[in-house]
Design a protein around this ligand. Structure first.
Ligand code: BGC
Length: 831
């Protein structure tokens, strides 16, 4: 802590012409202060101050922690109001890809697909849908957006967030917050900060230096605050030794004193660890209940360890936001009706705009002429719509179409469209079990326990995958001495991925496990409890032999068709990281075989984040659709048949292998050692690392193909106030309307003796141009993008001097390269 500054005046010039001091933000190494020499903050509005004088201590405390909702609408959190003083309750619902309540809602494309549009206007539209639906569905707060950076390709929630690039993340989060709040719903930016992985997320201690913290992870959070976000959710993890939810450098020095945040900070669910330290550090609300900020807080006020003024400070913040959203008004703002059509329209538009074409050989796509009239659709998610990821981002969608049906509709009735599953999600009936059990659909009545103890005859040694589909309690299945479906780690049991609920016959959950079995009899025991509601389960298996038959069937279908559309999936969820970058199951072998049989194979990826693609060279095309939301089937078909251009670009680098990416082979970086991890890559996250290390990725950040071609020319770089103005001309040189995303990258400043990226995104413009159309584009580079965080000064410094400025179509493909002069001067690096 070196420069105490007042809020809102945190950015000021510091002596030297090229240096701009910013927020006094501490070094993030100080532990939370002992007892309260804390700033209590300015009075809020007269209305809030008047309420504060009338609230009893119990009533104040009730405003600082969650409790059960007496009229539960299925949302994640509930804050009881104070009816005596007409303070209404608050309902808080997830989440990032649509409202998670009991009711149906618009299942929007995953945020990572929104980000792929490189279009802040679409982020606003996305936010508007969340905002309106939240209000319509009885909610007051949405627990979104998530803006943690994509740091590791394995992280289970990469689909819920935007990008590895801080500028792009910041632009999108700000517009999404504006969109949500324009509808009267309070947005919550999460998870503050550095919840960049699921592995050990509730305990991992993230060690990070000031410079990368400010330049990378914090930029998005700051942008959300600048956009007026009402609430911030603290992360589960520790940051430099202190839990994020009781971390004074984060919650007070940076968020309040540095950025002037005047809303409230809530915990992530069950993420509080203390009473005095949390409140003192700047936490305001505990969710979803109150072990620390309920009775314990009352006691702490009673014994003098927490001054009541500190309680008032938090209450003031909560009521202040409620007042801003007119929730304290005599007449509560009217709730709109849902507009499912508007939600569906936005979901479709965004899914089309974010569709990212990674590869397209010999005009495999779009499907036209003979190729569009004879199509083999292969893969489980070719039939099952893959809507969204698992965990708290799960949404009950209004509707979902099968991609196969959408493809059939686009191909027309004269086309021949076949379907084969290829990769079996369901398994085949168990052979050779002793009698007495119906593993194809065993019903267990309520209150009854079913047991089976018999043998399973295996005729040849083989790799078996056992799959169980079940409703109710998960049955216990033991083969020899191995429990096949033990309780899932983390939240996996509760929160399986997007394919979990896709079992047939209304069965709700699916688990599978691969095992190598020897020939001979194996002992199989199954115990299933009927519980209160009864139980139904189905236990099946696939083997090397059944898989070979499935692949052979897919290959036959591929050979018989002019073109193939092969859907591949990867099923990510909150609560668990992926264990590798390959597609799960035997999908790699399937794609290999099918693409070898028919090179006009377009692979559609319903995946959360990057995957490795050992089969890439054999394919005709690869279309990255992520988790495309409830309108995903229509969006996918529209892109496949060329009714719209694939306008998405990668917002994260795709590594070529599991051992060549920023956190590979460095357990101290990821997943951490002995509970601690080091962000020793510094500012070299994502593409910055690949450039700094000279590593060639599979696909670079910013990559994505169009069905047309574009020429770039006429680069100019001029000073523009405290930033730069970059001009260039783009021409659509092809024969159809298409989208290009022009990306302005900035090289390092020769005047700074700080770590700098070889090239960093400093601006961008998504453009749709008709064939032959020309547009002159100007992209502004802000002073913030020209600045670095100087840990010696705890502030931003402007990167002056001659800097390379280039315009590219990915981090690795620069079309125009020039230089810009950044003069010393009064640059104020606002976001
Ligand atoms: C997640 C949050 C979510 C909360 C409430 C937590 O497990 O990390 O993102 O908002 O649950 O569902």
């Amino acid at each position: 802590m070196s420069h105490p500054v007042s809020r809102r005046s945190a950015l000021r010039l510091l002596g030297g012409a090229a240096t701009v001091a910013a927020a006094a933000t501490g070094t993030l190494t100080a532990p939370a202060a002992a007892l309260p020499r804390v700033r209590i903050g300015p009075p809020a509005s007269p209305r809030v101050e008047a309420l504060l004088t009338r609230l009893t201590l119990d009533e104040k405390i009730a405003l600082l922690h969650g409790t059960a909702d007496p009229h539960g609408l299925g949302q994640a959190g509930y804050l009881a109001g104070v009816p005596r003083l007409a303070i209404p309750p608050l309902r808080l619902a997830d989440g990032p890809a649509g409202l998670r309540v009991k009711e149906h809602a618009t299942a929007l494309p995953a945020p990572v697909l929104l980000a792929a549009t490189f279009d802040p206007e679409l982020a606003r539209a996305y936010g508007e849908v969340l905002g309106r639906e939240g209000r319509a569905l009885g909610q007051d707060v949405v627990l979104a957006p998530m803006v943690n950076l994509i740091r590791t390709p394995y992280a289970g929630r990469n689909f819920e967030t935007f990008s590895e690039d801080p500028l792009l993340s910041a632009d999108l989060v700000a517009e999404e917050v504006r969109g949500i709040q324009s509808q009267g719903l309070i947005a919550t930016v999460k998870h503050f900060a550095l919840n960049n992985q699921e592995e050990n997320r509730t305990s991992i201690d993230v060690r990070i230096a000031e410079q990368p913290l400010h330049e990378m992870e914090l930029r998005g959070f700051e942008a959300a605050v600048t956009a007026g976000v009402g609430a911030v959710m603290g992360a589960y993890n520790k940051v430099n030794g202190v839990y994020a939810c009781e971390n004074k450098p984060l919650l007070s020095d940076i968020l309040r004193d540095g950025w002037g945040f005047d809303g409230w900070v809530m915990t992530d669910w069950f993420a509080a660890h203390s009473t005095v330290a949390s409140l003192t550090a700047g936490l305001d609300m505990e969710m979803p209940s109150g072990p620390y900020l309920g009775g314990a807080l009352k006691k702490a006020v009673g014994d003098g360890s927490v001054p009541e003024a500190l309680v008032d400070r938090s209450v003031r913040r909560v009521l202040g936001v409620m007042e801003r959203f007119s929730l304290l008004a005599a007449e509560a703002p009217a709730r709109p009706a849902r507009d499912p059509q508007a939600g569906a329209d936005a979901a479709l538009k965004i899914a089309k705009a974010g569709a990212t074409l990674l590869r397209n050989q010999a005009a495999t796509l779009p499907l036209t002429g003979a190729a569009a009239r004879s199509i083999a659709v292969i893969g489980p998610t070719g039939k099952l719509p893959f809507i969204g990821g698992g965990g708290s981002a799960h949404v009950v969608p209004d509707r979902a179409q099968s991609p196969l049906d959408a493809i059939r509709a686009h191909a027309g009735k004269d086309a021949d469209v076949t379907y084969t599953m290829g990769e079996d999600l369901y398994g085949k009936p168990l052979p050779g079990t002793s009698a007495g059990a119906d593993f194809e659909g065993q019903r267990v009545a309520a209150g009854v326990t079913f047991t089976y103890d018999g043998t399973l005859a295996v005729t040849e040694p083989d790799e078996w995958t056992f799959t169980i589909h079940y409703s109710g309690e998960r049955p216990k299945v033991v083969l020899d001495t191995t429990e096949l479906f033990p309780p899932a780690p983390g939240l996996g049991e509760l929160f399986g991925g997007g394919l979990v609920g896709t079992a047939p016959d209304g069965l709700e959950a699916r688990r599978s496990i691969p095992l190598r079995l020897t020939a001979g009899p194996h002992r199989l025991t199954v115990t299933a409890k009927g519980g209160g509601k009864g139980q139904l389960f189905r236990l099946r298996r696939s083997t090397g032999a059944t898989r070979a038959a499935d692949v052979a069937e897919a290959v036959r279908a591929a050979r018989a068709a002019q073109s193939v559309v092969l859907f591949a999936y990867e099923d990510a969820t909150e609560g668990a990281d992926r264990t590798g970058l390959a597609l799960p199951g035997h999908q790699n072998e399937l794609i290999d075989a099918v693409a070898t049989a028919n090179p006009r194979t377009a692979v559609v990826l319903n995946t959360s984040s990057s995957t490795t693609m050992p089969w890439l060279a054999r394919t005709g095309a690869v279309l990255q659709m992520y988790y495309p939301g409830q309108e995903g089937a229509e969006a996918t078909a529209a892109v496949l048949f060329g009714e719209c251009d694939p306008g998405g670009r990668l917002t994260q680098t795709f590594p070529a292998s599991d051992d060549r990416h920023p956190v590979a082979k460095e357990p101290r970086r990821y997943p951490g050692v002995n509970g601690t991890q080091e962000y020793s890559e510094g500012i070299h996250l994502g593409y910055r690392w690949y450039d700094a290390e000279g590593v060639t990725p599979l696909f670079p950040f910013g990559h994505g193909l169009s069905y047309t071609t574009f020429a770039y020319s006429g680069l100019t770089v001029r000073p523009d106030g405290d930033g730069l103005s970059v001009g260039f001309t783009v021409r659509n040189t092809g024969s159809r309307t298409g989208v290009t995303v022009a990306q302005v990258y900035l090289g390092p400043s020769p005047d700074l003796h700080l770590d700098q990226a070889p090239r960093a995104l400093a601006g961008y413009r998504r453009l749709e141009l008709e064939a032959g159309a020309v547009e002159r584009v100007t992209v502004r580079v802000s002073a913030r993008s020209l600045s670095s965080w100087d840990p010696a000064r705890h502030g931003w410094v402007l990167g002056t001097g001659t800097r390379e400025v280039s315009v590219g179509v990915s981090a690795r493909e620069q079309r125009l390269v020039g230089r810009g002069q950044v003069p010393s001067g009064a640059a104020a690096p606002r976001p």
